[in-house]
Design a protein around this ligand. Structure first.
Ligand code: GLU
Length: 309
């Protein structure tokens, strides 16, 4: 009998209620500190485009670090393995904005999902497109296409708020520049990074946008190839090993899916060959990952038996 995903999501929604106020919204970006706790949404998208949702699935939130999956996809498509000269693919085991590791590893970030790695990726895209505004437009258009929403945008207030408190990210970029691993203007590149982090999406759009990664780089609905199967495999592998900062091991252990979280409380995940999933709940655990979002995904893989293991 086919699984009743709507019923499973409804059950999760009920069970998650007592958890929703646990954790803390990200307050190091003041504009995000204003987001109300207690909100929750979850969406599943199948290969034929069937969508199942619960909660506030039409409510847009700041995707933050989840945008790093999309910029990594674009950069890997352009540079292939040349990219790995500038950024590694090992879990960092350190907080997402750590400077220490970057110093003793000579300005080469551990992976594309910690801040230093994602800022390098954005810098590499600016080198390719020769201009930060053009680069942002390419990133936005890519995400508009894969999400199916041609009007997606970013929140300028959130991007400005990050820049006002962006000393650590600017420091990461300058440190990489001192090691020769940064090519463009630091301020402009970091601002472009903040802008793509400030993109707002709801869980229906986010889930839709991850579908190509669940199906080997090809969107199963339109048939469009966004990246090769080999590259999609690598992106999923990096999501599995590095997608949740220094809690990536724990997430793999409890949930068992390639996924990427963001400090806006979103998590996007793929079940290869089956579906993509997005969940959002703004209160974060101590690692900066959505507390209830993580639990909801754990419940989902437990109830459905779907995981890569
Ligand atoms: N824009 C955020 C930062 O640079 C992204 C962090 C995150 O979502 O993990 O701090």
């Amino acid at each position: 009998m086919p699984m009743n995903y709507q019923q499973i999501l409804n059950e999760i929604y009920e069970e998650i209620q007592p958890e929703l106020l646990r954790g803390k919204v990200a307050d190091y970006i003041p504009a995000l500190a204003e987001v109300e706790k207690g909100q929750f949404a979850m969406t599943v998208t199948l290969a034929d485009g069937t969508v199942y949702s619960v909660g506030d699935s039409k409510k847009a939130f700041s995707i933050q670090s989840i945008s790093k999956v999309f910029t990594f996809t674009l950069a890997l498509d352009i540079y292939s393995k040349e990219l790995y000269k500038r950024v590694g693919v090992e879990p960092s085991g350190n907080p997402f904005n750590s400077l220490v590791q970057l110093e003793y590893e000579n300005g080469i970030p551990r992976n594309p999902f910690i801040n230093a790695g994602a800022i390098t990726i954005t810098d590499s895209l600016i080198s390719y497109y020769k201009d930060e505004y053009k680069t942002l437009e390419v990133i936005m258009n890519f995400i508009r296409e894969i999400s199916g929403n041609p009007t997606l945008s970013f929140d300028q207030v959130v991007a400005n708020s990050e820049m006002e408190h962006g000393d650590r990210n600017l420091a990461l970029a300058r440190l990489m520049k001192s090691f020769g691993n940064f090519e463009n203007d630091v301020l402009g590149s970091v601002m472009t990074y903040f802008k793509h982090c400030a993109i707002t999406m709801n869980t229906e759009e986010l889930s839709r946008s991850m579908l190509f990664l669940a199906f080997g780089g090809t969107d199963p609905i339109s048939g469009k190839v966004f990246v090769s199967t080999r590259k999609a495999k690598r992106i999923n592998a990096v999501m599995l090993t590095c997608g949740h900062y220094d809690a990536s091991g724990e997430f793999a252990f409890h949930v068992g899916l390639p996924a990427k979280s963001g400090v806006g409380g979103g998590i996007a995940a793929v079940v290869p060959g089956v579906m993509s999933i997005a969940v959002w709940s703004p209160a974060l655990n101590k690692y900066g990952n959505s507390h209830s979002g993580t639990l909801a995904l754990e419940k989902f893989t437990t109830k459905t038996g779907l995981s890569i293991f």
